[in-house]
Design a binder for this molecule. Structure first.
Ligand code: PEP
Length: 239
């Protein structure tokens, strides 16, 4: 499967960040390698600009969240159709920060993933256990329930990102064996052909090892995607 290396910029980035992406494109020798998919999910304010600037450089642009409805009285929200109209091809749904900060349930995440598919976007559906859940040996129960509750029925395209909550932004990562074990569990729960990304403190120093693990088809990268040198090194580590 073609690896997907996705950068989640979270609430970071201004119009001047175009220069960082220009630097990334330069480090990738002028255009993104076509044997891997490269995605940047900047804040919604930058989607149109990045799609215009980098659409021809082989970089896909995505949103970090969407509303389930196509339009309506939902102040401050952005629909999947709006993201697509701005030039997005993907959207992250159910990131643990949204599940925690905005109380997003599996049912809501599934509705958002369906909205993404309706609008022609590929949803990246995030799942992952907390540290307490892993310590209690409940990680597969938790991830299994999230997959069951968050993935839309039907044949629509989607990507799963396994992101242990305790590994996000902490510098901690599960062992290669634990990643392999969880990805093989996820593989057994979803249909063939769907990519499963690993996310949680991926950086240049661990990317090669993580991306070589069976059933890891790419990475969702937070902090390290903000720096062109680091993100380029992670992209280059993909096999
Ligand atoms: C993320 O937020 O999706 C993430 C994986 O963050 P980081 O790489 O910074 O741990």
């Amino acid at each position: 499967m073609k690896p997907l290396i996705a950068g989640n910029w979270k609430m970071n980035g201004l119009s001047s960040s175009v220069q960082e992406v220009e630097k990334l494109v330069g480090l990738l020798s002028g255009s993104a390698p076509d044997d891997r998919d490269i995605l940047i999910c900047p804040p919604a304010t930058l989607i149109g600009l990045f799609a215009t600037e980098f659409g021809d450089e082989g970089l896909a642009i995505g949103g970090q969240d969407c509303h389930a409805m196509p339009s309506g009285a939902h102040t401050g929200d952005i629909s999947a159709e709006m993201l697509a109209d701005a030039g997005a091809a993907f959207v992250i749904v159910g990131h643990s920060e949204r599940r925690a900060d905005h109380g997003e349930s599996d049912a809501l995440v599934r509705a958002k993933a369906q909205a993404a598919q309706r609008a022609g976007l590929t949803p990246i559906i995030c799942v992952g256990e907390t540290q307490a859940q892993r310590k209690a040996g409940r990680e597969k129960e938790i991830v299994g329930a999230q997959l069951e509750g968050s993935i839309p029925a039907g044949e629509g395209d989607y990507v799963v990102a396994y992101e242990p909550v305790w590994a996000i932004g902490t510098g901690l990562t599960p062992t290669a064996k634990d990643i392999a074990d969880m990805h093989s569990f996820i593989r057994s729960k979803i249909r063939e052909g769907v990519r499963i990304l690993y996310g949680g403190s991926v950086k240049p120093s661990n990317a090669k090892e993580i991306l070589a693990i069976a059933h890891v088809h790419g990475a969702l990268v937070g902090g390290a995607s903000l720096k062109a040198e680091d993100f380029a090194a992670i992209i280059q580590a993909a096999q």
